[in-house]
Design a protein around this ligand. Sequence first.
Ligand SMILES: *[C@@H]1O[C@H](CO)[C@@H](O)[C@H](O)[C@H]1NC(C)=O
Ligand SMILES: *[C@@H]1O[C@H](CO)[C@@H](O)[C@H](O)[C@H]1NC(C)=O
Ligand SMILES: *[C@@H]1O[C@H](CO)[C@@H](O)[C@H](O)[C@H]1NC(C)=O
Ligand SMILES: *[C@@H]1O[C@H](CO)[C@@H](O)[C@H](O)[C@H]1NC(C)=O
Ligand SMILES: *[C@@H]1O[C@H](CO)[C@@H](O)[C@H](O)[C@H]1NC(C)=O
Length: 155
Amino acid sequence: MIFLILIFAIFTALISASLVIPRAGGPSFVPIPPSCNVTNPLPCTANTTRISGYMPSSNFTSNHQLYSFYLLASQLNSTAQFQGCLQQCNGFGTPGTCKAALLAYDVPTPADFFGTQGGVLEIACFMYSKFLSRGDFVKAPNGTYVDERAGNIRC
Ligand SMILES: *[C@@H]1O[C@H](CO)[C@@H](O)[C@H](O)[C@H]1NC(C)=O
Ligand SMILES: *[C@@H]1O[C@H](CO)[C@@H](O)[C@H](O)[C@H]1NC(C)=O
Ligand SMILES: *[C@@H]1O[C@H](CO)[C@@H](O)[C@H](O)[C@H]1NC(C)=O
Ligand SMILES: *[C@@H]1O[C@H](CO)[C@@H](O)[C@H](O)[C@H]1NC(C)=O
Ligand SMILES: *[C@@H]1O[C@H](CO)[C@@H](O)[C@H](O)[C@H]1NC(C)=O
């Protein structure tokens, strides 16, 4: 399993939005073609596109997470952040490799994150090799995984 992490914690508000987009080593941004559908796998009512307080199970993550990155802040709005996360999933490896992407706020950085203890709440984008389904989500620790969006990319 590939597990790569990029950190942008040092970026400040002085740095332009384009620089906040992960670059070096990150998957390229490949727009989702109109022939593909992005479906919402979140465990929520039909018309809700965001939830808080749920995260993919550790089993799902350890088996299917391809890539992740964390941002302390972004100058892009949340819609643009989610679109970028989906587009990078679409651009990961050969077409169809990355099937699902998830963006959430107040996600704790993992232990050992760049030599830190982790636990800092940041914006996170996760990319997975398997479609997410409602049953893959478990309760997240209180106050984490806020305003979460996810999409399965079906082409
Ligand atoms: C979802 O939105 C549509 C269109 O606004 C509405 O007709 C439908 O009743 C809504 N469904 C739910 C479960 O709220
Ligand atoms: C863990 O994930 C694997 C791969 O998706 C699945 O086959 C297995 O049933 C899961 N185990 C549990 C305990 O959910
Ligand atoms: C979010 O940002 C995108 C790209 O910059 C822009 O097109 C869109 O209008 C913005 N949406 C909102 C709700 O501000
Ligand atoms: C999480 O929040 C719920 C509802 O506010 C509360 O009942 C529960 O005790 C909290 N759990 C923790 C571990 O803080
Ligand atoms: C996308 O959704 C449309 C409308 O439901 C459907 O006709 C089409 O077959 C879907 N495409 C894929 C690739 O799932």
